[in-house]
Design a protein around this ligand. Structure first.
Ligand code: 13P
Length: 252
């Protein structure tokens, strides 16, 4: 089973509209030769989604959002719904990022509802899971990740499983410069695929599982060479065109 490699840049709370457009211009130039082997997405903040969508037209990059609400509309001041993101041109929505879980109270159950809302709106969720340093050191990594995966995906039928993307992001590796070794990452990715098999049977082989956490041009090739690592969710290095392009080209 070959799964198409998927590299996504999570800009987090970075880039004004003008800065984002400048980055996209550079990315289009740097990545124009990358063909079907790698799917590439950028996830700007909400304020830049619409202009970036326009700037990506007729390119080989697609648009992702960083979060959404699970309701379609209503009295939820400050929130944005999945149908709104779909109309703006998003194909993917990141849900359950550890920063959302840590700073904004996202729970396993809420992440599941968001993933379902994204699917219902006709997009694909990128569902983030991952353990903290204390959990890893306590030997709880696989238990924590299992609970996150089951809670987020347990209500999604196998028929929709193929549209879901997972991202394993160990919290201790995010923005710290500490990357999981390819062996540590592969162990968790294989475990996640086993869970997906329990949930969705053979569909599990089609689901892409990205790795995230201090992915850089110089460690990308090694991580992406692992059998169950199907792409990367890139934070800091996605803010510089040369670095992000370097990561994509590690696989292209
Ligand atoms: P860094 O690449 O900056 O470690 O961030 C990873 C991440 O959180 C992507 O969602």
């Amino acid at each position: 089973m070959t799964r198409r490699c998927f590299i996504a840049g999570n800009w987090k709370m970075n880039k004004t509209v003008s800065e984002g457009l400048a980055l996209v211009r550079e990315l289009r130039g740097a990545l124009s030769m990358v063909r079907d082997r790698v799917e590439i997405a950028v996830a700007p903040p909400f304020s830049a989604l619409h202009p970036v969508a326009k700037a990506l037209e007729d390119s080989n990059l697609v648009l992702a959002a960083q979060n959404c609400h699970f309701e379609e509309s209503g009295a939820f001041t400050g929130e944005v719904s999945a149908p709104m993101l779909k109309e703006v041109g998003c194909q993917y929505v990141i849900v359950g990022h550890s920063e959302r879980r840590q700073f904004f109270g996202d729970t396993n159950e809420g992440v599941g509802r968001k993933a379902q809302a994204v699917l219902k709106a006709g997009m694909s969720p990128i569902v983030c899971v991952g353990e903290t340093l204390a959990e890893r050191e306590g030997g709880k990594t696989l238990d924590v990740v299992s609970a996150q995966v089951k809670a987020a995906l347990g209500s999604i039928p196998a028929g929709q499983g193929e549209r879901v993307v997972l991202a394993y992001e160990p919290v201790w590796a995010i923005g710290t410069g500490k990357t999981a070794t390819s062996r540590q990452a592969q162990e968790v990715h294989a475990h996640v695929r086993g869970l997906l098999k329990e949930l969705w049977g053979t569909t599990a082989q089609k689901v892409r599982i990205q790795y995230g956490g201090s992915v850089k041009p110089d460690n990308a090739a090694e991580l992406l060479s692992q059998p169950d690592i199907d792409g990367a969710l890139v934070g800091g290095a996605s803010l510089k065109a040369a670095d992000f392009a370097g990561i994509v080209k590690a696989k292209a």
